[in-house]
Write a protein that binds this ligand. Structure first.
Ligand code: ADP
Length: 435
């Protein structure tokens, strides 16, 4: 702008003098002056146009993006509300029905199954939102463990073959010898779960095939279906958060549009890529690859002893301020015949443990009044480095697990947990402690 003003000023000052010194005929001079004026106006116009055009395009693009993101957000909120209300409706409705004393045992069990299924669905939505926020804030932490890949595929086959729609078959096609690899098993399963449940959702006839193939230094996983397919213009978008292909079928099928964005984030963290090849109306083939890291064979995979019972002369201290959480733990643990003590805050937990040498394990809530779980654990560790302390918390977003372990906890279990999960973690530490 300054350059333009300087050049313009110089032009006004000197051009008249130059023209006057060169032309003496007054008519020619007037005509030249007119052309000079037009020339100036034209140049100014062009300069302004070029200068503003760039900014105008930028502003229009930003406006368009803001509008798109607004409508995406409101579509997301609508989907979210639907995804939360649907299972809530099931839970509230069937809990209400359970009040009826005249229900048969079968009816009661069926209702309870529905409530459990709805709760899992609800937890899935919450987990998806948390996962996405971890991905977007760069806080995904990958664990490394040895897993038997073919076993994982078999487990997935078993759990999904039961839930296939009528007219849809599931096939597991693995083009590889038996493989033991090092990876984050939970995340790998989450990826395949997402793709398989999408394939199941969007396929009403034909087949779904899934499996993996070992390539040079990578593993290529695939989930292929003969479902609704994806339009070419939607292919890149579906990996963005909140995006759902706007087709009639999709509108009728539940989902918040987070699954593939989470998959993309996780695969990226694992050092791989995810993509899809699809023909609208014919089906979709989803692929992702991750680096291949072979497991060392010195450490055989640990077999889970599922039916191992707890040693009954144990005494467990539950540090938990919330009555509902405590009652839930009480209910599931009393079947095991172990003695249970309760502390309502961290201070009580430390005192009770000090006074009672029968206590052989502590389930430590983290957010508690007076003294929190981290501090209580630190205080206990000052005089006892052995007793297993298992942190249990509903804070699962940040580095709670690391903090708990740093405070001296032996292990960590995120809430909500199922009966088997709490049994497993207690068994694991009870055994280690007694060995
Ligand atoms: P959600 O399934 O919750 O909508 P996703 O992120 O998992 O969210 O998927 C985003 C969109 O991608 C879906 O809404 C759907 O339009 C499309 N999509 C995903 N998987 C498939 C599939 N197997 N077949 C057809 N469309 C799919």
């Amino acid at each position: 702008m300054i350059v333009y003003l300087l050049v313009g000023g110089a032009w006004i000052l000197f051009s008249d003098r130059i023209v006057q010194s060169l032309i003496s005929d007054i008519n020619v001079l007037t005509a030249v002056q007119t052309y000079k004026g037009w020339f100036y106006v034209l140049i100014t116009g062009i300069l302004f146009y070029v200068y503003l055009k760039k900014d105008l395009i930028k502003i229009r693009k930003a406006q368009k993006k803001a509008k798109e993101s607004e409508s995406l957000k409101s579509a997301f909120l609508q989907n979210m509300s639907h995804e939360i209300r649907t299972p809530m409706n099931g839970i509230i409705g069937f809990v209400e029905l359970l009040r009826n004393e005249n229900l048969s045992k079968e009816q009661r069990e069926r209702y309870m199954d529905i409530i459990l299924k709805c709760s899992d669905q609800l937890l899935g939505v919450v987990n998806d939102v948390l996962d996405l926020s971890l991905i977007e804030t760069g806080n995904v932490k990958l664990e490394k463990e040895s897993i038997h890949l073919n076993k994982l595929m078999d487990e997935l086959y078993l759990s999904y073959s039961e839930s296939m729609k009528e007219g849809v078959s599931l096939e597991q096609i693995t083009k590889s010898e038996e493989l033991e690899i090092v990876t984050d098993a939970v995340k790998l399963k989450q990826l395949l779960d997402n793709l398989l449940s999408n394939a199941g959702k969007f396929t009403s006839k034909g087949k779904i095939e899934f499996g993996f193939e070992k390539q040079d230094n990578a593993l290529l996983f695939f989930v292929k279906d003969t479902g609704v397919g994806i339009k070419p213009e939607q292919i890149d978008k579906i990996f963005n958060r909140f995006e759902r292909a706007e087709i009639e079928t999709t509108k009728l099928i539940g989902g918040a549009g987070l699954g593939l964005a989470i998959c993309k984030g996780i695969v990226g963290e694992m050092g791989g890529k995810i993509w899809v090849e699809s023909e609208f109306g014919r089906g979709s083939d989803f692929y992702f690859n991750i680096p291949f890291v072979a497991a060392s064979h010195q450490k055989p995979e640990e077999e889970k002893e599922k039916n191992d019972v707890l040693i009954q002369d144990d005494c467990l201290l539950i540090a938990e301020d919330e009555d509902s959480n405590y009652l839930y733990l009480m209910e599931i643990l009393q079947d095991l015949g172990i003695e249970i003590w309760r502390a309502k805050n961290g201070k009580e937990a430390v005192e009770m443990y000090q006074e009672n040498d029968k206590i052989s394990m502590i389930l430590m809530d983290i957010k508690m009044p007076v003294v929190d779980g981290y501090e209580a654990t630190r205080r206990i560790r000052e005089f006892d480095s052995q007793v297993p302390i298992i942190a249990q918390t509903a804070f699962v977003l940040g580095d709670e697990k690391i903090q708990a372990l740093e405070a001296g906890c032996t292990d960590y279990i995120p809430k909500p947990f199922k009966r088997e999960e709490i049994y497993n973690i207690i068994r694991k530490h009870q055994r280690n402690h007694k060995d």
